[in-house]
Design a protein around this ligand. Structure first.
Ligand code: UT7
Length: 323
């Protein structure tokens, strides 16, 4: 994983918006997050990818597919995966970018598994990198305190063992969490359907808008549903899951999901205290830390579960197969 050096504490936010350390800690569980100095996102992607490839005992040439996830790519085109492929020298890799917001790591893992099954691809590099500071509105206290920057990567290869996933979305909630890619004041801004979808024509360009309460309600239900459905597909009970690496959006969301699933909160790895919400990077950052701390043992049943803008959600359950 790779995190920018600069750390912003809750106290730092009290200097720019009307907030307090107490509000942020009790409402979200967060204390600090890493914020980029403005360097390109691909530099973080390359760093975390190199680490993952080395940890897998491979070289860049061994990678035959790169899936890059981000809501803040450096360019509209070319894709982040192509830029990173070139910088890594991963000359045998095909390249795909996906935008599935904070659930993107789960979607990427599901996708990787499907590519592996065909036998056409052997080593798939998933890179999840987010520079949310680029699209955070630092005048909006209800969102700016939540987001952090970061990157984490992993290599996925075929193995015997369990894998099941459940993916879902509810596009009728698209307007509850969004950031524009282009200004709206052009000829098409008069098109009715755009106005209908939008509902926020005055919203600042390219910054995150979120109806926190609506997303919160969606998140608590979606997380529990996705884990339950993935467990059903895996043919196991939720109690049999050893570890859950969930999207780190709010400690209260994790507590509610744990209680809905009737699981102890200890099964949920949490680090949002230190990184805030890093969108699609949050789950692989968790996995990376769990791996390094020796929490994950070969054969353990791991569940990854995410939700985010779309609204989108998903869970995957797999056996950890690394020594
Ligand atoms: O990864 C993408 C998915 N995103 C999420 O999962 C986020 C989901 N939503 C949440 O985590 C929570 O809804 C928030 C943390 C965003 C907000 O917590 P909340 O308990 O739902 O607060 P609220 O929006 O109901 O606001 C309660 C009060 C309001 O004041 P009034 O109207 O009661 O006077 C807000 O203006 O808290 C106020 N408030 C703040 N006060 C101090 C909102 N943000 C802040 C702040 N500091 N930073």
């Amino acid at each position: 994983m790779c995190l920018p050096e600069t750390v912003a504490s809750n106290e730092d936010y009290t200097k720019i918006v009307d907030t307090s350390d107490e509000w942020i800690r009790t409402r979200t569980g967060m204390r600090e997050r890493h914020i980029s100095d403005g360097s390109p996102e691909y530099l973080m992607s390359v760093q975390s990818a190199k680490e993952a490839i080395a940890d897998a005992g491979l070289t860049a040439e061994d990678i035959d597919l790169i899936i890059h996830t981000s809501v803040t790519p450096d360019y509209i085109t070319p894709s982040m995966s192509c830029i990173v492929q070139g910088l890594l020298g991963a000359s045998n890799a095909a390249c795909i970018d996906i935008n599935c917001a904070c659930a993107a790591f789960v979607y990427a893992l599901d996708m990787a598994r499907r590519y592996l099954i065909t036998g056409d691809h052997k080593n798939i590099l998933i890179i999840s990198t987010e520079l949310l500071s680029k699209i955070t509105d630092y005048e909006d206290r209800s969102t700016c305190v939540l987001f952090g920057d970061g990157s984490a990567s992993c290599v996925v290869s075929a193995s015997e063992g369990l894998f099941a996933s459940y993916l879902g979305a509810d596009g009728t909630g698209a307007h509850t969490l969004f950031a524009r890619s282009f200004p709206i004041d052009n000829v098409f801004s008069e098109v009715k359907s755009l106005r209908d979808f939008d509902g926020f024509v005055d919203w600042k360009e390219r910054k995150i808008y979120m109806d926190g309460r609506e997303v919160y309600k969606f998140a608590t239900k979606a997380m529990a549903d996705a884990v339950q459905k993935a467990a059903e597909k895996a043919g196991i009970s939720v109690e049999e899951i050893d570890h859950i690496a969930a999207h780190q959006a709010n400690i209260r969301i994790l507590e509610t999901a744990a209680s809905k699933l009737n699981l102890p909160l200890e099964k949920f790895y949490t680090n949002l205290e230190h990184y805030g919400n890093t969108s699609s990077a949050s789950i692989p950052i968790c996995l990376n830390e769990m791996n390094r701390k020796g929490i994950l043992k070969k054969g353990d049943k791991v569940c990854v579960v995410g939700f985010g803008a779309g609204l989108i959600y998903g869970a995957a359950i797999f056996e950890w197969n690394k020594d």
